[in-house]
Design a protein around this ligand. Structure first.
Ligand code: SF4
Ligand code: SF4
Ligand code: SF4
Length: 328
């Protein structure tokens, strides 16, 4: 049975964890090689966004910014000069207030378009792919997917090489230079920093809360629940109300599913697109390509080892800094 979690409804921690699939050991990372080689399981949770309800008020964006503010990057200034000469840093630290696109300081924004006489607002963030190329192809093991269906990037380990953004069909992760482990390892290496994106509020969920944007919405636009039930609900809505769905098949299936009263092809043609402003076109399963799959399987053990090594390095640096040493 499809379970709609209404904003402000009373919900116990146990119920929420069960609904979001985070109970017991479910939050442990799946084996990366297995994740890369096998089709995604049906046990994941998803969010379904009913765009016919969204009024574009931006309360979800505002609350995302508030609850995640402490996790936003605080880069060293001046930013390190990069090699080769002429390479530019990616710096959004002077544009922290920009909520018109995805940035390291804004993990959710509202796209709007007028289609068939209807004003449609589309909250955009990570799609939380069922078989995410960002997690399967991150060479450092910084990006990963949980059994709950949540895909996150570990800012402690990420070196900012942006492989995740390169392979993401929507180019969702956003890089901030001048922060992260690379400052201690290769501070002048081009293309470094840390990548940021929505992690479906995994820390809040782990403490029994709803994702902040879900909770803050005055229109109950988002539902949270088992993906198979939400997918069935979306299909039912499309059948009964004559609407359209995005996310069931895109990139092999995502855990962010949109229902729209107007066709996504028309929304795709109407919305502004560009850096930090993802498209709405249909997307083939990028992990179905045999070369990509082979890379993912090859990278899996290396990425696991790299992640462990980087975490160890981070611990050593933190310990030295605690003892008063400076390594900037
Ligand atoms: S939308 Fe992009 S960043 Fe998000 S899980 Fe999919 S591939 Fe990764
Ligand atoms: S789930 Fe959390 S991190 Fe993701 S957009 Fe919503 S509030 Fe932001
Ligand atoms: S808070 Fe709800 S209604 Fe307002 S923009 Fe976000 S999803 Fe739409």
């Amino acid at each position: 049975m499809f379970k709609h979690i209404a904003p402000n409804s009373r919900i116990t921690r146990r119920t929420l964890l069960k609904t979001l699939g985070l109970g017991g050991t479910a939050a442990l990372l799946p084996d990366r090689a297995r994740a890369a080689a096998l089709p995604a399981s049906g046990g994941e949770t998803a969010t379904l966004l009913d765009l016919s309800k969204c009024i574009g008020c931006g309360a979800c964006v505002q609350t995302c910014r508030e609850v995640n503010a402490s996790r936003y990057p605080d880069p060293v200034k001046p930013l390190p000069t990069l090699l080769p000469p002429g390479t530019r840093n990616e710096d959004f630290s002077d544009k922290r207030g920009d909520d018109t696109r995805l940035t390291p300081y804004n993990w959710l924004f509202i796209q709007s378009a007028r289609v068939d006489g209807k004003e449609v607002h589309i909250p955009r963030r990570c799609m939380h792919c069922q078989n995410p190329p960002c997690a399967n192809l991150c060479p450092w093991g910084a990006a990963s997917k949980r059994e709950s269906g949540t895909v996150s990037i570990d800012a402690e380990v990420c070196l900012g090489g942006a492989k995740c953004r390169d392979v993401c069909p929507w180019q969702i992760p956003q890089r901030q230079s001048g922060v992260g482990l690379y400052l201690h390892i290769l501070p002048t290496m081009a293309g470094n920093g840390v990548m940021f994106k929505c992690d479906r509020c995994q820390d809040r969920v782990a403490t029994g809360q709803l994702p902040a944007c879900v909770e803050a919405c005055p229109q109950s636009v988002q539902s949270v629940g088992p993906r198979n039930e939400l997918a069935a609900a979306a299909r039912r809505m499309a059948r009964e109300r004559g609407g359209y769905i995005y996310g069931l098949e895109e990139n092999g299936g995502t855990n962010t599913i949109y229902y729209s009263p107007v066709p996504f092809e028309k929304l795709e043609a109407a919305v502004a697109k560009g850096p930090g402003k993802p498209h709405l076109a249909s997307v083939a399963d990028s992990m179905a390509d045999s070369n990509t799959l082979a890379w993912a399987v090859l990278l899996a053990p290396l990425a696991g080892a790299a992640s462990a090594l980087l975490k160890g390095t981070k611990r050593i640096l933190a310990s030295r800094e605690a003892k008063g040493g400076s390594h900037e």
